[in-house]
Write a protein that binds this ligand. Structure first.
Ligand SMILES: NC(=O)N[C@@H](CC(=O)O)C(=O)O
Ligand SMILES: [Zn+2]
Ligand SMILES: [Zn+2]
Length: 428
């Protein structure tokens, strides 16, 4: 049976918001227009709600296999659906790592059986993400790898990275990089700056990130490879990517909501919900990230959803693992802090979370149009509600934004034509 979503507010071809209906049949959007017929159709009343394409998050940690106490594919993708995401790309820092066809096939089966939304699995660049031996890109691509990354650690050797890029380019695949030079980490748990000095704790200097980005950009140019920078965090990194783009090098970059919204000045004390990698940087870095997003240097937003168990996060600033959750708060936070405050427009925010990531990786998602896959979110822009980590579908409650009041809450997420999550409906 067809479904018609009535009276939602969506962007039209002229990029202005207006009321329209959407007809879905099976997995596909079959019609978009005013006053669509509803005879013999399921009707969803979206009266006044914003309708956007399903959000796309190309950087999430679902933790399965091996880290099921932190998150599972089921819990993480339900969190994704609650956050309005219909496509997520899963990072490979799991145990085992998807570094062989066998491991990736097992992961694919688990996704097939348990995911609430589309999951695109990354495969690793090196065996066990150990940085010593490259994986077999051709067979991993055949098995459905979305791209290659060793997220969680940087690739330390330039020679290894160059070879990886050449092989990825030969397969027309991207290298997605966590940029961190181990010799510059300085055993830090926060950014090296005002906060680390005040607290008398070790800091990770900005150069630890940008030195890899600069190196990799030169390597990507030499290898003619699509090179993507994960969670960009410093002003030097933004400048380096900007220069590379103007030189015509194939580089893209993502930024997280937390790096756009917070800086070291916002860390209230030694609270591990403010510990993530890369760390919250200085105020000028945060400003440079916004500027980079607005001028196209940074291509899109990704959450780096990184759930950890409460006991793990309770070990203190030095010992707690890096990472915070993001899937269930990204859109409301960014809408409230950036759109409502006039920093970016609603259309820009939607683009940064839908079409921009899709285009960066040539994915056929992120657009509401006839013939497109029916990945759709209904969002309430009017109701103000506090973030409540206890309500998260994610097993991870580690967020620095708990109790923050936001607008822009998803109320229904449709993935491939099916309701993946709906506000008020009990779902496990
Ligand atoms: N971002 C983080 O702070 N942590 C990530 C790893 C990563 O994204 O580098 C994790 O896996 O927990
Ligand atoms: Zn990372
Ligand atoms: Zn990550």
């Amino acid at each position: 049976m067809k479904t018609v979503i009535k009276n939602g507010v969506l962007l039209d071809n002229q990029n202005s918001f207006k009321k329209a209906d959407i007809e879905i049949e099976g997995k596909v959007i079959t019609k978009i227009g005013e006053n669509l017929a509803t005879e013999n159709c399921n009707v969803v009343d979206a009266g006044g709600l914003l309708i956007t394409p399903g959000l796309v998050d190309l950087h999430v940690h679902l933790r399965e296999p091996g880290g099921e106490h932190k998150e599972t594919i089921a819990s993480g993708t339900l969190a994704a659906a609650r956050g309005g995401f219909t496509t997520v790309a899963a990072m490979p820092n799991t145990r085992p790592v998807p570094d062989t066809v066998e491991n990736l096939e097992a992961l694919n089966r688990k996704i097939e059986e348990t995911a609430h939304v589309r999951v695109l699995p990354y495969a690793s660049i090196t065996i066990r993400e150990a940085g010593k031996e490259l994986t077999d890109f051709a067979s991993l691509k055949q098995t459905g790898a979305f791209a290659f990354t060793d997220d969680g650690v940087g690739i330390q050797e330039a020679g290894m990275m160059l070879e990886a890029m050449k092989r990825a380019a030969a397969q027309d695949m991207a290298i997605v990089a966590h940029c961190e030079d181990n010799s510059l980490i300085n055993k830090g748990s926060v950014h090296e700056g005002r906060f680390s000095k005040e607290q008398g704790i070790n800091g990770i200097p900005s150069v630890c990130e940008a030195v890899h980005i600069a190196r990799d950009i030169l390597l990507a140019e030499a290898a003619d490879c699509h090179y993507h920078v994960c969670h960009i965090s410093t002003k030097e990194s933004v400048r380096t990517v900007r220069d590379a783009k103007s030189a015509g090098i194939r580089v893209t970059a993502e930024v997280t909501p937390h790096h756009l919204l917070l800086c070291e000045d916002d860390i209230p004390g030694l609270d591990t919900n403010y510990k993530m990698n890369p760390p919250l940087r200085g105020r000028e870095d945060r400003d440079a990230l916004i500027e980079g997003l607005l001028d196209g240097t940074i291509d899109f937003i990704a959450t780096d959803h990184a759930p950890h168990a409460a006991e793990e996060k309770a070990q203190g600033m030095q010992l707690a693992p890096f990472g915070i959750v993001g899937l269930e708060t990204a859109f409301p936070l960014l809408y409230t802090e950036l759109v409502k405050k006039g920093v970016i427009t609603l259309k820009q925010l939607i683009d940064f979370m839908t079409i921009k990531p899709s285009e960066s990786f040539s994915l056929p998602y992120g657009e509401l149009k006839e013939g497109a896959t029916a990945d759709i979110v209904l969002i309430d822009l009017e109701t103000e509600k506090e973030i409540n980590a206890e309500e998260f579908a994610s097993k991870g409650k580690n967020t620095p934004f708990n109790e923050k009041k936001c607008y822009g809450w998803p109320v229904m997420t449709i993935a491939e034509g099916k309701i993946a999550w709906e506000k008020g409906r009990v779902q496990g």
